[in-house]
Write a protein that binds this ligand. Structure first.
Ligand SMILES: [Zn+2]
Length: 286
């Protein structure tokens, strides 16, 4: 049985306890099963990425005793791979061009107040404004407009997935059945796959998991709904669906998610304050 898992942080800030938990959980599982633990730097959003955060990821992980088995991949270096899947000679994933901004979408939904609008795991559920426009794409356009997933051009049979179970960490996934395309349209919608010159998170992440041969994905419950998106993209790409385990999120003593707190203490600060890696493990319950 092959076991390949990964940790995929974005260098847009320091790692916190929640990141450490996710990384340690995946790393320990790989070691326990004689598998591989890989690292992927999700540095697509160049406006938010900083080189020092990238360097700090490596330092924090090494300090925690985490080792990775292959050269880390950086998403900023894989633009061509993402683009060819959307706009190559035989695109694997059907898309349409969208020129709407947020206000256009709000107006099309007839919802003047943000709280009246429908949100899914990818943000506002797109009302379909540009769906029927025909747009002859040229490469310059790709820097200024978005490409959205064209749900009504999907020809594949979308069948429920019912077998995602794995030994001691439960990979059962409460997702046991993938939503139908009609449900996907209602609850998630025509998501953005390419945003003004860059692959969007969902697309890049799915392509890279396939590229890195990932068989087991261990990540937080906040991404549970997004897994529907990822499984659909895997079906369209014709790549295997890994087993998923969505772990609990690390919270403070008031129950607030650490990732949502601006004052959440960085791993670097714990290090500077004299904590040991064993202290970090204890704090996250490992
Ligand atoms: Zn549009």
């Amino acid at each position: 049985m092959t076991f390949r898992t990964r940790f995929a942080p974005s260098p847009t800030g320091p790692l916190h306890l929640g990141h450490a938990y996710s990384a340690l959980l995946a790393h320990d599982a790989a070691r326990r099963h004689g598998g591989a633990f890989l690292l992927r730097i999700e540095d697509l959003d160049q406006s938010r990425v900083r080189a020092e955060w990238k360097e700090l990821i490596y330092q924090d992980l090494e300090w925690l005793g985490i080792t990775w088995d292959e050269e880390p991949i950086k998403q900023s270096e894989r633009k061509d791979a993402y683009l060819s899947i959307l706009t190559g000679l035989y695109p694997a994933i059907p898309t349409f061009a969208c020129t709407c901004n947020r206000r256009d979408i709000q107006q099309a939904m007839g919802a003047p107040h943000a709280e009246d609008m429908a949100f899914g795991p990818d943000g506002l559920i797109y009302p379909g404004t540009c769906r029927a426009h025909h747009y002859d794409l040229n490469s310059e356009d790709l820097d200024t407009l978005n490409l959205r997933l064209s749900l009504n051009q999907i020809q594949h049979d979308i069948t429920p997935i019912t077998h995602l179970e794995y030994s001691d960490i439960s990979f059962s996934n409460r997702i046991l059945s993938l939503m139908t395309l009609a449900e996907f349209q209602d609850r998630i919608g025509e998501i953005v796959l390419w945003r003004k010159g860059y692959a969007a998170y969902h697309l890049a992440s799915v392509i890279d998991d396939a590229h890195q041969g990932i068989t087991h994905i261990i990540r937080g419950q906040d991404l549970m709904e997004a897994t529907h998106i990822h499984v659909l993209l895997q079906i369209l790409l014709g790549v295997p669906t890994p087993a998923y385990h969505h772990h609990d999120l690390i919270r403070d003593k008031n129950g607030k998610r650490l990732a949502k707190r601006h004052d959440a203490k960085a791993i670097r600060k714990y290090r500077e304050d004299g904590a040991t890696p064993a202290d970090i493990r204890r704090m996250v319950g490992l």
